[in-house]
Structures are given as C-alpha cells and as structure tokens.
Design a protein around this ligand. Structure first.
Ligand SMILES: [Cu+2]
Length: 166
C-alpha cells in the first residue's frame, strides 16, 4: 500500500479512518476534563492540537486537532495561520492502493460530537510553508466556526513519528 500525499508517496503508511465519536449528554462534562488545558469558544472545545515537523524545502505540512461540540450543530468554515500561505481542510480516502486527499470547503461539527483530525484522516494542510516546522516550536492558528465564531489555538510541532498528544 502506498500513500499519495503532498510530500510524495510514502509506502506502507497505514490508512487511519476518520473517527467520529458520539458524545452523549451524560459524557459531555467528563470529556471536557480531558480538554482542560485547551480552548473553548461557545459550545466548542478544541484539544489535542499539534502539527508534524517538516524538512527544509517541504512545501506543505499537516496540522491536527480534535473538536468537541457540546451544543448545536456547527461548521468549521475557515482556518488560517501566519506560518503558511493558506490552510486547506482535507479529507483522505483510499483510491485502490493509494490514499488521496481532497479539499473540502468546511468541516461539519454535528451537535454533541467530537471530530478528530489526524494523519491519514481529516487534516489541515498548511500550504506554502514560509519556513520548516521544527519539532518543539509552536505557532498560532485561527479557526472560524459558522456559529461559535473565531478561536486561536497554539499548535505545537511534534516529530513526524510522534504519537498524537493525549
Ligand atoms: Cu492534505
């Protein structure tokens, strides 16, 4: 199996399916505890935010996070950061043995659900990096939700091989 990404083809990379967890009303407050150090805007909590380090010359990088919606359905409509020319919202899917990324205009954030962005699934593509993303650095990224409004998160850069932050 090979993966076709903006960085070229990476053989043997496993496909990680998009995870959508249903967060029941009874569990909502409990799951907020895991996001205690993260940000909230309206009914939306953002957590597990990180980006993958890139090598010099790499034109784009991936950023990931989780969005918990404790209220009515909403939609992520725009993302921006100063470290790249633009931020695209991508989904990943298998086309035969090749994983392809597709740009979407928005990411639905249904009521009382958690949306997980992760390598191999939905992700943010930082297109036109102005400098390599170095492990240990961090940068601000602003998310705009249709209803909840804007929130700026701090994105830590992890090694490419690092597991997602818990
Ligand atoms: Cu992508």
């Amino acid at each position: 199996m090979a993966v076709d990404t903006a960085f070229g083809t990476i053989p043997g990379m496993p496909l990680v399916k998009i995870l959508r967890f249903v967060v029941g009303a009874a569990l909502a407050s409990a799951s907020l505890i895991s996001f205690a150090h993260d940000l909230r805007v309206g009914d939306i909590a953002i957590g597990h935010t990180y980006a993958r380090a890139t090598v010099p010359g790499q034109p784009s990088g991936g950023a990931y996070l989780q969005i918990e919606n404790h209220g009515k359905s909403d939609k992520l409509v725009a993302v921006k950061t100063s470290v790249s020319r633009s931020v695209e919202m991508h989904t990943s899917s298998m086309d035969g043995n090749v994983m392809r990324m597709r740009q979407v205009d928005a990411i639905d954030v249904p009521a009382n659900k958690t949306i997980v962005l992760q390598p191999g699934g939905m992700h943010f593509m930082l297109v036109g990096l102005k400098a390599p993303l170095r492990e240990g650095d961090s940068f601000p990224m602003t998310l705009k939700f249709e209803k909840a409004g804007e929130v700026t998160v701090d994105v830590k850069v992890h090694a490419v091989t690092a597991a997602p932050p818990q």
